[in-house]
Design a protein around this ligand. Structure first.
Ligand code: PLP
Length: 442
């Protein structure tokens, strides 16, 4: 392996880090230099157990040889080729592999480069679909409070996180939101899907009363990850599906986190038994080795848009890197690994042990809720008075220094390890988190 160069202190200045406290980080850098299997390694060689699959994305673990070799090989064969009015076999192959995993009847795959692009693409496809059907009055998009759909203007607007919007003023017009489904008074410490909250889907009926037939689509994450692991109440997604169908509204599932085995099946749609019209994905698609996202649509959505145009370009949308050869190669190798190692099955086999370990945290000081589903857990802490998020951030830093990577949102610690996780890793993850919760003052 090449000697890893330690950047000089002033080298940290140029990179404007995303979603980061730049000043703090640059004064106290924690730099990851290498990754393998379940672990990262810092520049000084400290091993850090990856409790978050990077950013919910390295589902097959790090440095997988099959993926590395596929990327290397493809880079040598053909670095890039456009997919506008041209094509290359590997992008078609990658799309076919994705279509094999999506729910039946969702066989059309549009490639993008990230989850944010996937969200904006899905919203645009929904609008184009209604227009192609002659229902161009359907321009309204409905998201949900505490939803996260990335940072494009579309995803930000349908997303339900005030902090993501307040710096930016203008949002997409014609956007509404459903209430979130987080009901701690009724559902705290639920295992898997909580009992209460299915009726919150009925707020869509009120929005239909208000807006008539102008709603194009509803977008939700089957399980909201980034805003602190909000597991859908039993019956909620089913109800949303029924209402969308009844009112001619497309249902979009943002499966950027829930896709590719994270909750014990290929997609959340499969695990939760509810099929949307459009779904977005990214992250686990290539094991994050090359950026790639995708939007899968029902055949009806594709045919309505594509067959609605006699000739010429049917959808005025796409990215230079849609179906990029290196990303396509990484996706094919990743999905081969998923099948060969049955990663969704592995994740499902581990979820009971993982869930037990998560719920054992309820006895740690200041833990006010534990939520889990599949290989995702959220441990919510009582915030410090007047300093929301400070306690969890200190716990994150303490865990890191003790060799475990966690993720925090507000005062919620989220864990979502690679799906190759084994019991001793689970023990270490939660053991270290418990130590950190005890060590950090409330
Ligand atoms: C549900 C969901 N949608 C979209 C995104 C945005 O993905 P990206 O950061 O790749 O743009 C994320 C990222 O965490 C996500 O969790």
């Amino acid at each position: 392996m090449n000697e890893i160069q330690i950047p000089r202190r002033n080298n940290l200045d140029a990179f404007w880090m995303p979603y980061s406290d730049n000043k703090y980080f640059k004064s106290t850098p924690r730099l990851l230099a290498r990754a393998e299997g379940m672990s990262y390694f810092t520049q000084d060689g400290q091993e850090v157990l990856d409790g978050t699959a990077g950013l919910w994305c390295c589902n097959a673990g790090h440095g997988r040889r099959e993926i590395v070799e596929a990327i290397q090989k493809q880079a040598a064969v053909m670095d890039f080729a456009p997919t506008f009015q041209l094509g290359h076999p590997i992008a078609f192959e990658a799309a076919a592999r994705v279509a094999e995993m999506t729910p039946e009847g969702m066989d059309r795959v549009f490639f993008v480069n990230s989850g944010s692009e996937a969200a904006d693409t899905a919203l645009k496809i929904a609008l184009a679909y209604h227009k192609a059907r002659g229902e161009s009055q359907r321009v309204r998009l409905v998201g949900r409070e505490r939803g996260y759909h990335g940072v494009g203007f579309g995803g930000m607007s349908v997303g339900g996180i005030g902090g993501n919007r307040k710096q930016f003023g203008a949002q997409l017009p014609y956007v509404d939101h459903l209430p979130h489904t987080h009901l701690p008074a009724k559902n705290a410490f639920s295992r898997d899907q909580p009992e209460h909250g299915a009726d919150l889907a009925e707020v869509l009926e009120n929005l239909v009363q208000l807006h008539g037939d102008t709603i194009a689509a509803v977008i939700v994450e089957p399980l909201a990850g980034s805003t602190g692991v909000l597991v859908p109440p039993k019956g909620y997604l089913e109800k949303l599906r029924q209402l969308c169908t009844r009112h001619g509204i497309l249902l979009i599932f943002d499966e950027v986190i829930t896709g590719f085995g994270r909750i014990g099946a290929n997609f959340g749609a499969e695990r939760l038994g509810v099929t949307p019209d459009i779904m977005t994905m990214a992250k686990g698609l290539t094991n994050a080795a090359v950026p790639m996202g995708a939007v899968a649509t029902s055949n009806l959505v594709y045919e309505t848009i594509v067959d609605g145009v006699p000739a010429g370009i049917e959808l005025f949308h796409g990215y230079t890197y849609s179906g990029h050869p290196l990303a396509s190669a990484a996706a094919i190798a990743t999905l081969d690994l998923h099948r060969a190692e049955d990663l969704p099955g592995r994740s499902r086999a581990m979820e009971g042990y993982f869930g037990d370990a998560a719920h054992a945290m309820r006895d740690a000081p200041g833990v006010i809720d534990v939520r889990n589903f599949g290989l995702v857990a959220g441990i919510e802490l009582e915030p410090r008075v007047g300093k929301p998020g400070a306690r969890a951030m200190e716990i994150f830093r303490t865990c890191f220094d003790k060799g475990v990577l966690t993720r925090v949102t507000g005062d919620i610690v989220a864990l979502s390890p690679p799906l190759i996780v084994e019991r001793p890793h689970v023990d270490r993850l939660f053991g270290t988190l418990a130590e950190a919760i005890h060590a950090v003052p409330a």
